[in-house]
Design a protein around this ligand. Structure first.
Ligand SMILES: *Cc1c(COP(=O)(O)O)cnc(C)c1O
Length: 407
């Protein structure tokens, strides 16, 4: 894996000195490159990219993604509002919540975003309330087990997401009864899906179901493209997915009798590799069994290693050529807090800057204030310049909504 010392000519060491550590850094060019790669892969179909906002929802990032030609998939009303603040129009946003109240659906309809419904009771309420007046999308659970691990597999039959494909007759009954205007069908199978065949399998489920809905405008294949986290990891060959799925999609449209749009909802694929978490070594601690490197960050800033057993590559930015040793890199949280176990790094000493790679997706958005720690600043590098897009938290931020009481 490359161990960049610079992003677009800007030195990571200088950025760490300027903005302090821990620091989330994003390479805007990489994000745009990924959007372009998807657009090229699916050049043969009318494509809309609906970026999965939850992967990284800072306004500066959302603005860049829009500028690069992608639209948004939001999973909460708050994400919808962030998208609007970043310049997206309601028409560019699909709202794909899971298990929310009907009040939130009504708010989304009022805002004017495309709503994606994921249960029969919501579909019925929707029909009763809006009849045929508001176009809508339905999330199908295709009963496909795929994804990096069970926590990120969301399209299997025991998953809470979507309306089971086996309940298609009930869906059709409600659509008929209330004359619901179904303009899209959606599925999202999970995350870290490597094989084009899984996307095709999902596609075939949608194609079969779609023949029952005469008013469709799009089919949404969700996200889940795998990117390389470990040096030996394979990434999804999006060119292959584009070719295979694109071809099947065009064949389906011919059969359906009308050209539809193909929507994708990549999260990780757009922002994972663009992100770096730069941390500082606070202590190097040898025990009888292990060499620990302690850093000024932890699972409060990047929970993926502890939550998903995710591998994130780590390198020593301050000493790129020193002798290699084996270290276990740990955070400062009072909890087992391992960022990387038994890693080969160039000799680490106190004060060295370490870089944790692939930190763009589900990094900052899953960060917390656990242990009353503050969240890092975020910097976006774009056209060779560094933009602070979020200030480092201050102690006052921990107090902001607390109410002091006298007992
Ligand atoms: C999380 C999510 C995605 C994005 O998944 P990635 O693995 O980051 O590509 C897409 N669509 C929906 C509905 C999601 O919940």
């Amino acid at each position: 894996m490359l161990k960049p010392t610079h992003i677009q000519g800007v030195s990571l060491e200088d950025l760490a000195a300027q903005f302090g550590t821990p620091l989330y850094l994003y390479d805007g060019e990489k994000i745009v490159h990924q959007i372009n790669a998807l657009q090229q892969a699916f050049a043969a179909v009318p494509l809309r990219i609906k970026y999965a906002t939850k992967a990284l929802s800072s306004l500066g990032i959302l603005r860049l993604i829009r500028k690069a030609g992608a639209e948004l998939d939001a999973v909460s009303i708050e994400e919808v509002k962030l998208g609007l603040l970043a310049g997206s129009t309601p028409a560019e946003i699909i709202y794909t919540p899971s298990g929310v109240s009907f009040a939130e659906i009504q708010e989304a309809v009022q805002i004017g975003v495309m709503v994606n419904l994921d249960s029969l009771p919501l579909l019925e309420r929707f029909g009763q309330t809006y009849g045929s007046t508001v176009p809508v999308c339905i999330r199908i659970n295709p009963h496909i087990l795929a994804g990096g691990n069970l926590k990120i597999s969301v399209g299997h039959k025991d998953s809470k997401f979507g309306i089971s494909i086996e309940q298609l007759p009930q869906i059709l009954e409600l659509v008929q009864q209330y004359q619901i205007k179904v303009v899209g069908l959606h599925l999202h199978t999970g995350s870290d899906i490597l094989d084009a065949s899984v996307f095709l399998k999902g596609g075939n489920v949608l194609f079969d179901a779609a023949l029952h809905f005469p008013e469709l405008k799009f089919l949404d294949f969700g996200g889940g493209f795998k990117v390389g986290y470990h040096p030996n990891d394979k990434a999804t060959d999006v060119a292959e997915v584009g070719r295979i799925v694109g071809e099947a999609f065009q064949a389906f449209c011919a059969k359906y009798g009308r050209q539809l749009e193909l929507w994708l909802e990549p999260g990780k694929f757009l922002v994972s590799e663009a992100g770096y978490l730069v941390v500082k070594t606070t202590v190097v601690k040898e025990t009888p069994t292990l060499n620990f490197v302690g850093v000024d960050s932890g699972l409060n800033h990047l929970i993926r290693p502890m939550m998903y057993d995710a591998y994130h590559h780590i390198y020593n930015l301050s000493n790129p050529t020193g002798a290699l040793h084996t270290y276990t890199i740990v955070g400062y949280i009072c909890e087992t807090d391992t960022l990387g176990s038994q890693r080969e790094l160039n000799t680490v000493k106190e004060g060295d800057l370490l870089v944790i790679q692939n930190a763009g997706a589900y990094g900052f958005t899953m960060a917390s204030n656990y242990n009353a720690r503050l969240r890092p600043a975020e910097v976006l590098v774009w056209e060779g310049k560094a933009f602070l897009i979020r200030e480092r938290e201050r102690f006052e931020d921990l107090l902001r909504n607390q109410v002091t009481i006298d007992l």
